[in-house]
Structure formats: C-alpha cells, structure tokens
Write a protein that binds this ligand. Sequence first.
Ligand SMILES: NC(=O)c1ccc[n+]([C@@H]2O[C@H](COP(=O)([O-])OP(=O)(O)OC[C@H]3O[C@@H](n4cnc5c(N)ncnc54)[C@H](OP(=O)(O)O)[C@@H]3O)[C@@H](O)[C@H]2O)c1
Length: 262
Amino acid sequence: MKTVVVGGSGRIGSKVVDELQRRGHVVVAASPSRGFDAMTGAGVDEGLVGADVVVDVSNSPSFEAEAVLRFFETSTGNLLAAERRAGTRHHVVLSIVGADREPDSSYLRAKVAQERLVADGGVPYTIVRATQFFEFLGSIADSATTDGVVRLPSAHLQPIAGADVAAAVADVVEAPPANAIVEVGGPEAIGLDELARRVLAVAGDPRPVITDETATYFGAHIGEMSLTPGPGARTGPTRLDDWLILSRAMGDTARSGGSTTT
Ligand SMILES: NC(=O)c1ccc[n+]([C@@H]2O[C@H](COP(=O)([O-])OP(=O)(O)OC[C@H]3O[C@@H](n4cnc5c(N)ncnc54)[C@H](OP(=O)(O)O)[C@@H]3O)[C@@H](O)[C@H]2O)c1
C-alpha cells in the first residue's frame, strides 16, 4: 500500500512519514520543496500515481484570513480532483478539535471549509481532529507577548505530543475510511496561561505570564473548553511535563515551535 503524505516535510508531516516508515509502509513525502504543489497543482497528478492513501498535513504559508482560506480551499480542491483521477481509496486530513466551535478565528473557519470540501469530495475520507501539539505551545506564548509580557486567558487546551498525533494518523491510514470525524487529544486539559508558564519555565525564559480573561488566542476569544475533545476521543499517552523534561534533555523544547498559527 502506497501512502502520499502532503506536507510530509512539516512539523507533523515529518513525524507521520517516520511513523508510517517504521511500520513498513511505502511512503512518499510530498511538498513544494519536492516538486509537489497542491496550490498550483504542479506535480500533483504525477505524485499521486498509485497512491492508495493520501494524508494531507499541509499548512498555509500565510495565516492572514483570506490567504489561509484560499490555501485550504484551493489545495484541498486540487488534491481531491487528482485523487478522483488516480482512484485513491482514502483521503486523510488533519484538522483541529473544536474548529467548528470558534467562528471568531479565521484560521479555524478555513479548517472547517477544508473539512466540508473533504466530506463532499467524492473520495472516501477520515477527518482527524487533533488538539494543539506540544511542539506548538511556544508559538502560542510568542503570539501572546507584548512588551515582554505574555497575556493569556485560563481557557483550557488539551495539547498532545506530535508523536502521539502521528501514531493516531498512522492508525487511521491502516484502517478503512471512517467517512467521519475522529478526535485525538492529550491526557490533560490545562489552562492556556498555565501551559505558557510551564513551557517558558522549562526553557528558562524569563517572560512573566499574566492571566487575562480578556486576552485572545491568535485574535479569537475562546470558550473555557471549546478547544478540548469530546468524550469519545482517542487520548495520546504522553504527559506534557514528561515531554518537556525529555525535550529539554534533547535540547528541543516547545520553545522551538516554528510557525505561528492554530
Ligand atoms: N499546530 C498545531 O498544534 C495543530 C493542531 C492540530 C492540527 N494542525 C494541523 O496540522 C497541519 C500541519 O501543521 P504543521 O504545523 O505541521 O505545518 P508546518 O510545519 O507549517 O508544515 C507545513 C507543510 O505544508 C507544506 N506545504 C506548504 N504549502 C504547500 C503546498 N502548496 N502544497 C503542498 N504542501 C505544502 C510545507 O512544505 P514545504 O516544507 O515544502 O514548505 C510543509 O511540509 C495543518 O493543517 C494544521 O491545521 C495543527
């Protein structure tokens, strides 16, 4: 079985590629830097020849509202059209827990638009909604920083290790299409303010974190539990504090988060 991972060079995509390879799958990592551009369509038909499963873990290079919507609509439309031509049996896309509960967020609105295209796209599918990756928590603190002070509300996230997301996605690749949404989250719901404190403390970052219930999460006012998964969700086993200690020992903490969204 051949699986093409679109966005296979990215933060989560590289972990999905590693996990599938570890399980013995034939995997192709596809992205613009490898001649596969889901926005323009360049290299897409060629890249999907013989693909039984396509995993879309790509992300928009720009998070400006119009740009991100255009990215997810255009790239998803191009992928699904090519998959119908190629006879792909399963389209797996990574979305975000609670995406449909926060219409204030332009990024989450774009993810909901992507999900709708997938559900109506004529290719059997599974939508995996994950919570925020541990690897992304540093970016949250950065985005909430003004004049050296981090301001975040106490609304809860239930973040998850990237490796646990990759394992969940790999399990979905190995299963028949659910034609539904499945959720995956971490083992603990923790306030945004507290998450930032823990991540910065481990990194030795001196920025103070102020609990501010009027503060936003990437520009959106979020509900107390609106980004946490429901009762039927799969739970990744890795606890944040264990992951922070391990990452620190490896010199790779959540502070090396990368791009700033979701
Ligand atoms: N961050 C979170 O906590 C979180 C939580 C739940 C779900 N998600 C979802 O997970 C997905 C991946 O996020 P990430 O943080 O891993 O992304 P990322 O590190 O920014 O990686 C993005 C990937 O997309 C590729 N890409 C960009 N433009 C493309 C195009 N036109 N065609 C094909 N591939 C393209 C990039 O390729 P190049 O390297 O060649 O540029 C890269 O491999 C996103 O859909 C996001 O919504 C994220």
